[in-house]
Design a protein around this ligand. Sequence first.
Ligand code: SF4
Ligand code: SF4
Length: 302
Amino acid sequence: MNISRRQFLKYCIGSAASLGLGQSFLSKLTRALAAPGAVPTVIWIDGASCSGCSVALANLIGDCSDYGPTNLEDLLINYINAAFAKTFMSAAGDLAVSSLREAQKNDYILVVEGGVPTAFNGMACTLFSENGVDVTMMDVVSELAQNATAVVCVGTCSSYGGIPASGSNPAGVQSVSEFTGIPTINLPGCPAHPDWVAATIARVLCGESLELDDNDNRPVDLYHRTVHYYCPRRPLYEKGAFATEIGQEGRCFYLLGCRGPYTIADCSARGWNGGFNYCIQANVPCVGCAEKSFPGDELIKR
Ligand code: SF4
Ligand code: SF4
Protein backbone atom coordinates (compact mmCIF):
# COMPACT_ATOMS: atom_id res chain seq x y z
CA MET A 1 0.00 0.00 0.00
CA ASN A 2 1.37 3.40 -0.94
CA ILE A 3 1.23 6.23 1.52
CA SER A 4 1.72 9.93 1.13
CA ARG A 5 3.97 12.35 2.99
CA ARG A 6 0.78 13.77 4.38
CA GLN A 7 -0.08 10.42 5.91
CA PHE A 8 3.35 10.08 7.50
CA LEU A 9 2.97 13.51 8.99
CA LYS A 10 -0.47 12.52 10.23
CA TYR A 11 1.10 9.49 11.89
CA CYS A 12 3.69 11.70 13.64
CA ILE A 13 1.00 14.12 14.75
CA GLY A 14 -1.27 11.27 15.89
CA SER A 15 1.58 9.75 17.86
CA ALA A 16 3.15 13.04 18.97
CA ALA A 17 2.45 12.55 22.66
CA SER A 18 3.84 9.04 22.85
CA LEU A 19 6.81 9.95 20.66
CA GLY A 20 7.50 13.02 22.81
CA LEU A 21 7.28 15.35 19.81
CA GLY A 22 6.22 18.92 20.57
CA GLN A 23 4.45 21.40 18.31
CA SER A 24 7.62 23.21 17.26
CA PHE A 25 9.21 19.92 16.29
CA LEU A 26 6.16 18.94 14.24
CA SER A 27 6.33 22.25 12.37
CA LYS A 28 9.97 21.58 11.65
CA LEU A 29 9.18 18.06 10.46
CA THR A 30 6.43 19.44 8.21
CA ARG A 31 8.93 21.77 6.57
CA ALA A 32 11.56 19.03 6.24
CA LEU A 33 9.14 16.59 4.66
CA ALA A 34 7.92 19.26 2.27
CA ALA A 35 11.45 19.64 0.96
CA PRO A 36 12.73 16.18 0.10
CA GLY A 37 16.49 16.21 -0.28
CA ALA A 38 16.82 18.84 2.45
CA VAL A 39 17.26 16.18 5.15
CA PRO A 40 20.10 13.66 5.37
CA THR A 41 19.70 10.20 3.89
CA VAL A 42 19.42 7.26 6.28
CA ILE A 43 21.73 4.28 5.88
CA TRP A 44 20.60 1.37 8.06
CA ILE A 45 23.02 -1.54 8.46
CA ASP A 46 22.70 -4.76 10.44
CA GLY A 47 25.57 -6.64 12.05
CA ALA A 48 25.43 -9.35 14.71
CA SER A 49 21.74 -9.25 15.56
CA CYS A 50 18.51 -11.20 15.26
CA SER A 51 16.79 -8.36 13.33
CA GLY A 52 14.29 -8.10 16.20
CA CYS A 53 14.60 -4.29 16.27
CA SER A 54 13.64 -4.16 12.58
CA VAL A 55 10.70 -6.47 13.26
CA ALA A 56 9.55 -4.33 16.20
CA LEU A 57 9.67 -1.21 14.02
CA ALA A 58 7.81 -3.02 11.24
CA ASN A 59 5.09 -3.94 13.73
CA LEU A 60 4.72 -0.32 14.80
CA ILE A 61 4.06 0.80 11.26
CA GLY A 62 1.79 -2.18 10.61
CA ASP A 63 -0.29 -1.23 13.64
CA CYS A 64 -0.82 2.32 12.46
CA SER A 65 -3.04 1.65 9.47
CA ASP A 66 -5.80 3.84 10.85
CA TYR A 67 -3.72 6.95 10.80
CA GLY A 68 -0.52 6.43 8.89
CA PRO A 69 2.00 4.25 7.14
CA THR A 70 1.38 0.57 6.69
CA ASN A 71 4.41 -0.29 4.64
CA LEU A 72 7.77 0.10 6.31
CA GLU A 73 9.79 -0.03 3.13
CA ASP A 74 7.69 2.84 1.84
CA LEU A 75 8.24 4.78 5.05
CA LEU A 76 12.00 4.28 5.03
CA ILE A 77 12.64 4.73 1.35
CA ASN A 78 10.14 7.46 0.49
CA TYR A 79 9.70 9.36 3.72
CA ILE A 80 12.84 9.22 5.74
CA ASN A 81 14.81 8.67 2.56
CA ALA A 82 16.69 5.51 3.49
CA ALA A 83 19.19 4.66 0.79
CA PHE A 84 20.08 1.30 2.27
CA ALA A 85 18.15 -0.87 4.72
CA LYS A 86 18.63 -4.45 3.69
CA THR A 87 15.91 -6.03 5.84
CA PHE A 88 13.29 -3.75 4.32
CA MET A 89 14.44 -2.73 0.87
CA SER A 90 13.43 -4.53 -2.27
CA ALA A 91 16.66 -3.68 -4.11
CA ALA A 92 19.35 -6.33 -3.78
CA GLY A 93 22.86 -7.15 -4.94
CA ASP A 94 24.86 -4.54 -6.89
CA LEU A 95 21.89 -2.19 -7.08
CA ALA A 96 21.59 -2.03 -3.29
CA VAL A 97 25.34 -1.56 -2.84
CA SER A 98 25.49 1.22 -5.42
CA SER A 99 22.60 2.96 -3.64
CA LEU A 100 24.65 2.89 -0.42
CA ARG A 101 27.80 4.12 -2.16
CA GLU A 102 25.90 6.99 -3.78
CA ALA A 103 24.30 7.96 -0.44
CA GLN A 104 27.60 8.11 1.43
CA LYS A 105 28.80 10.91 -0.88
CA ASN A 106 26.31 13.30 0.78
CA ASP A 107 24.98 13.89 4.31
CA TYR A 108 23.69 10.73 5.93
CA ILE A 109 22.63 9.33 9.27
CA LEU A 110 24.04 5.91 10.05
CA VAL A 111 21.60 3.63 11.88
CA VAL A 112 23.20 0.46 13.20
CA GLU A 113 21.35 -2.63 14.36
CA GLY A 114 23.58 -5.36 15.80
CA GLY A 115 27.10 -5.53 17.13
CA VAL A 116 30.38 -5.62 15.24
CA PRO A 117 32.10 -9.03 15.07
CA THR A 118 35.84 -8.36 15.19
CA ALA A 119 37.43 -11.83 15.35
CA PHE A 120 38.48 -13.74 12.20
CA ASN A 121 39.19 -10.40 10.46
CA GLY A 122 35.49 -9.68 10.72
CA MET A 123 34.59 -12.57 8.43
CA ALA A 124 31.95 -13.85 10.87
CA CYS A 125 29.72 -11.09 9.47
CA THR A 126 29.87 -9.92 5.87
CA LEU A 127 27.22 -7.44 4.68
CA PHE A 128 27.62 -7.75 0.92
CA SER A 129 30.14 -8.40 -1.77
CA GLU A 130 31.44 -5.70 -4.03
CA ASN A 131 33.50 -6.36 -7.15
CA GLY A 132 33.81 -9.95 -6.01
CA VAL A 133 35.16 -9.06 -2.57
CA ASP A 134 33.29 -9.79 0.66
CA VAL A 135 32.78 -6.61 2.68
CA THR A 136 32.52 -7.12 6.42
CA MET A 137 30.45 -5.31 9.04
CA MET A 138 33.81 -4.10 10.43
CA ASP A 139 34.72 -2.50 7.08
CA VAL A 140 31.35 -0.82 6.61
CA VAL A 141 31.06 0.52 10.18
CA SER A 142 34.63 1.87 10.16
CA GLU A 143 34.06 3.66 6.90
CA LEU A 144 30.56 5.02 7.42
CA ALA A 145 30.67 6.00 11.10
CA GLN A 146 33.50 8.48 10.46
CA ASN A 147 31.56 10.78 8.16
CA ALA A 148 28.01 10.28 9.41
CA THR A 149 26.00 13.29 10.61
CA ALA A 150 25.04 11.04 13.53
CA VAL A 151 25.35 7.37 14.41
CA VAL A 152 22.19 5.94 15.96
CA CYS A 153 22.55 2.52 17.60
CA VAL A 154 19.22 0.73 17.57
CA GLY A 155 19.05 -2.01 20.22
CA THR A 156 21.32 -3.35 22.94
CA CYS A 157 23.65 -5.21 20.54
CA SER A 158 24.88 -2.15 18.64
CA SER A 159 24.73 0.03 21.78
CA TYR A 160 26.61 -2.28 24.16
CA GLY A 161 27.25 -5.69 22.54
CA GLY A 162 24.19 -7.42 23.99
CA ILE A 163 23.54 -11.12 23.45
CA PRO A 164 26.02 -11.61 20.55
CA ALA A 165 28.84 -10.26 22.76
CA SER A 166 27.94 -12.50 25.68
CA GLY A 167 28.88 -16.00 26.72
CA SER A 168 31.23 -18.08 24.62
CA ASN A 169 30.60 -16.55 21.20
CA PRO A 170 34.08 -16.55 19.59
CA ALA A 171 33.18 -13.79 17.10
CA GLY A 172 34.55 -11.01 19.36
CA VAL A 173 31.45 -8.83 19.08
CA GLN A 174 31.81 -5.19 20.16
CA SER A 175 29.45 -2.26 20.35
CA VAL A 176 29.76 0.39 17.64
CA SER A 177 31.32 3.00 19.95
CA GLU A 178 33.74 0.46 21.42
CA PHE A 179 34.83 -0.61 17.96
CA THR A 180 35.04 2.81 16.29
CA GLY A 181 35.79 5.08 19.28
CA ILE A 182 33.07 7.38 17.89
CA PRO A 183 30.28 8.54 20.24
CA THR A 184 26.90 7.10 19.27
CA ILE A 185 23.28 7.83 20.19
CA ASN A 186 22.26 4.66 21.96
CA LEU A 187 18.73 3.22 22.00
CA PRO A 188 19.27 0.01 23.99
CA GLY A 189 16.52 -2.56 24.30
CA CYS A 190 16.26 -6.12 23.06
CA PRO A 191 14.50 -5.08 20.93
CA ALA A 192 14.51 -1.28 21.05
CA HIS A 193 10.99 0.10 21.38
CA PRO A 194 9.83 1.27 17.92
CA ASP A 195 8.68 4.62 19.39
CA TRP A 196 12.25 5.27 20.60
CA VAL A 197 13.57 4.54 17.12
CA ALA A 198 10.96 6.58 15.20
CA ALA A 199 11.23 9.60 17.51
CA THR A 200 15.03 9.61 17.54
CA ILE A 201 15.45 9.24 13.79
CA ALA A 202 12.85 11.97 13.18
CA ARG A 203 14.65 14.33 15.56
CA VAL A 204 18.10 13.69 14.17
CA LEU A 205 16.75 14.14 10.63
CA CYS A 206 15.45 17.56 11.62
CA GLY A 207 18.78 18.55 13.15
CA GLU A 208 17.56 18.56 16.76
CA SER A 209 20.26 18.10 19.35
CA LEU A 210 19.45 15.32 21.79
CA GLU A 211 20.40 15.43 25.44
CA LEU A 212 22.18 12.17 26.21
CA ASP A 213 22.98 10.70 29.60
CA ASP A 214 26.56 10.82 30.79
CA ASN A 215 27.58 7.22 30.93
CA ASP A 216 25.46 5.46 28.39
CA ASN A 217 24.68 8.05 25.69
CA ARG A 218 20.92 7.43 25.78
CA PRO A 219 18.39 10.23 25.07
CA VAL A 220 17.39 11.31 28.57
CA ASP A 221 13.76 12.00 27.71
CA LEU A 222 13.32 8.37 26.68
CA TYR A 223 15.56 6.81 29.33
CA HIS A 224 15.31 8.46 32.72
CA ARG A 225 13.17 6.27 35.01
CA THR A 226 13.39 2.63 35.94
CA VAL A 227 10.81 0.10 34.75
CA HIS A 228 9.99 -0.32 38.45
CA TYR A 229 9.11 3.36 38.86
CA TYR A 230 5.88 3.21 36.86
CA CYS A 231 5.24 -0.53 37.20
CA PRO A 232 1.55 -1.21 37.85
CA ARG A 233 2.66 -3.90 40.34
CA ARG A 234 4.70 -1.49 42.43
CA PRO A 235 2.02 -1.25 45.13
CA LEU A 236 2.34 -5.04 45.44
CA TYR A 237 6.11 -4.65 45.80
CA GLU A 238 5.54 -2.12 48.57
CA LYS A 239 3.11 -4.51 50.30
CA GLY A 240 5.46 -7.48 49.89
CA ALA A 241 3.00 -9.42 47.72
CA PHE A 242 5.56 -11.41 45.75
CA ALA A 243 5.01 -14.04 43.06
CA THR A 244 6.41 -17.49 43.65
CA GLU A 245 6.19 -18.61 40.04
CA ILE A 246 6.33 -17.07 36.57
CA GLY A 247 2.92 -16.29 35.13
CA GLN A 248 1.28 -15.47 38.45
CA GLU A 249 -1.32 -12.70 38.19
CA GLY A 250 -1.47 -9.87 40.70
CA ARG A 251 1.97 -10.40 42.26
CA CYS A 252 5.29 -8.57 42.08
CA PHE A 253 8.12 -10.54 40.41
CA TYR A 254 10.96 -9.12 42.51
CA LEU A 255 11.80 -12.38 44.27
CA LEU A 256 11.88 -14.15 40.90
CA GLY A 257 14.69 -11.86 39.75
CA CYS A 258 12.73 -9.02 38.17
CA ARG A 259 15.23 -6.41 36.98
CA GLY A 260 12.68 -3.61 36.82
CA PRO A 261 14.29 -1.80 39.80
CA TYR A 262 17.69 -1.81 38.03
CA THR A 263 16.62 -1.09 34.46
CA ILE A 264 16.19 2.34 32.94
CA ALA A 265 13.52 2.25 30.24
CA ASP A 266 10.00 3.63 29.96
CA CYS A 267 8.27 0.33 29.08
CA SER A 268 5.95 0.46 32.11
CA ALA A 269 4.77 3.98 31.24
CA ARG A 270 4.73 3.62 27.45
CA GLY A 271 3.72 -0.02 27.04
CA TRP A 272 4.52 -2.26 24.09
CA ASN A 273 2.31 -3.56 21.29
CA GLY A 274 0.67 -0.21 20.71
CA GLY A 275 0.56 0.44 24.47
CA PHE A 276 -1.49 -2.72 25.03
CA ASN A 277 0.89 -4.35 27.52
CA TYR A 278 4.55 -5.04 28.29
CA CYS A 279 6.60 -7.83 29.88
CA ILE A 280 5.28 -7.55 33.43
CA GLN A 281 1.67 -7.14 32.29
CA ALA A 282 2.22 -10.30 30.27
CA ASN A 283 3.10 -11.95 33.61
CA VAL A 284 6.85 -12.33 33.26
CA PRO A 285 9.60 -10.39 35.05
CA CYS A 286 11.60 -7.64 33.35
CA VAL A 287 14.90 -9.21 32.25
CA GLY A 288 16.65 -5.84 31.99
CA CYS A 289 17.05 -6.00 28.22
CA ALA A 290 17.77 -2.27 27.93
CA GLU A 291 20.71 -2.34 30.33
CA LYS A 292 24.41 -2.37 29.51
CA SER A 293 24.87 -5.53 31.55
CA PHE A 294 22.21 -7.47 29.59
CA PRO A 295 22.19 -10.46 29.35
CA GLY A 296 24.80 -10.79 32.12
CA ASP A 297 24.20 -11.06 35.84
CA GLU A 298 25.58 -7.72 36.95
CA LEU A 299 22.89 -5.48 38.42
CA ILE A 300 23.35 -1.75 38.64
CA LYS A 301 21.57 -0.30 41.64
CA ARG A 302 19.41 2.64 40.54
S1 SF4 B 1 7.25 -6.61 39.06
FE1 SF4 B 1 9.37 -5.83 38.94
S2 SF4 B 1 9.20 -3.74 38.21
FE2 SF4 B 1 7.16 -4.38 38.90
S3 SF4 B 1 7.08 -3.70 41.04
FE3 SF4 B 1 7.81 -5.80 41.08
S4 SF4 B 1 10.08 -5.58 41.05
FE4 SF4 B 1 9.23 -3.62 40.43
S1 SF4 C 1 10.17 -4.40 30.66
FE1 SF4 C 1 12.35 -4.90 30.89
S2 SF4 C 1 12.67 -6.79 29.70
FE2 SF4 C 1 10.68 -5.91 29.08
S3 SF4 C 1 11.21 -4.68 27.25
FE3 SF4 C 1 11.29 -3.29 29.03
S4 SF4 C 1 13.44 -3.31 29.71
FE4 SF4 C 1 13.14 -5.07 28.33
